[in-house]
Design a protein around this ligand. Structure first.
Ligand code: PEP
Length: 253
């Protein structure tokens, strides 16, 4: 099964509108002509509209960093799937470890967000990953199993096709400590096996699994050489056009 590699940049709480437009202008130039890879950027909410206008007509897709599960109403500070669709988002990141760590996200709230986003026609980058403590206690696979089972609960096979799983070991995010290709592959293989158990072999082979955690132009090639690593969710290195486009052009490195 050939899966189209998918590289996405998570800008987190970085970039004013002006800085976001400058970055995406540079990206359009450095990524022009790139084939055989899907690319998305996830600016902060305030820059989504400006970035959407800038990427119109290019192959770069727009992603948001979070979404609420209700459609509308008295939910101060939240953003709905419909609003993200309206502003041109194709993808939304759900369950990022920073949301779980700092904003009280649980597997259950992640699941509710996923369900609504898919129903409203967004595609989802569903983040999972163990903390350093969990890894050291030998709990990596049980944590991943729980996150996958609860996060995807109630989704049928057709809905699952709207999901990209992003395996992001928490100890590797923003720390400069990448999982080795073997360490990442071991978990990716486990996730695919889990999806096969929950759905079917055919579907598990279709779903892309990105790796995230200190991905750079220096380590992307080794990661992408693994059979079950289908792309990357990139934080720090997505904030500069030079490093992000090198990652997207990993085949040329
Ligand atoms: C992320 O936040 O999704 C991420 C992987 O960050 P970084 O690349 O900076 O580790």
């Amino acid at each position: 099964m050939v899966r189209l590699p998918f590289i996405a940049g998570n800008w987190k709480m970085n970039k004013t509108v002006r800085e976001a437009v400058d970055l995406v202008k540079e990206l359009k130039a450095t990524l022009s002509g790139v084939k055989g890879v899907e690319v998305a950027v996830a600016p902060p909410f305030t820059a989504l509209d400006a970035v959407r206008r800038e990427i119109e007509g290019s192959s770069i897709l727009l992603a948001a960093q979070n979404v609420y599960w209700e459609e509308k109403g008295a939910f101060t500070g939240e953003i709905s799937s419909l609003m993200l669709k309206e502003v041109g988002c194709h993808y939304v990141i759900i369950g990022h470890s920073e949301r779980r760590q700092f904003f009280g996200e649980t597997d259950e709230t992640v699941s509710r967000r996923i369900k609504t986003a898919l129903t409203q026609g967004l595609k989802v980058m569903f983040c999972i990953g163990e903390t350093l403590k969990e890894r050291e206690e030998g709990k990596t696979f049980s944590v991943i199993e729980r996150q996958v089972e609860v996060g995807l609960k109630g989704l049928g096979p057709q809905e699952l096709r709207g999901i990209t799983v992003a395996y992001e070991p928490v100890w590797a995010i923003g720390t400069g400590k990448t999982a080795t290709p073997d360490q990442a592959e071991e978990v990716h293989r486990y996730v695919r096996g889990k999806l096969e158990g929950l759905y079917s072999k055919i579907i598990s082979e279709e779903i892309r699994i990105q790796y995230g955690g200190s991905v750079t132009p220096e380590n992307i090639k080794g990661l992408m050489a693994q059979p079950n690593i289908d792309g990357a969710l990139v934080g720090g290195a997505s904030l500069k056009a030079e490093s992000f486009s090198k990652i997207v052009r990993f085949r040329e490195l």
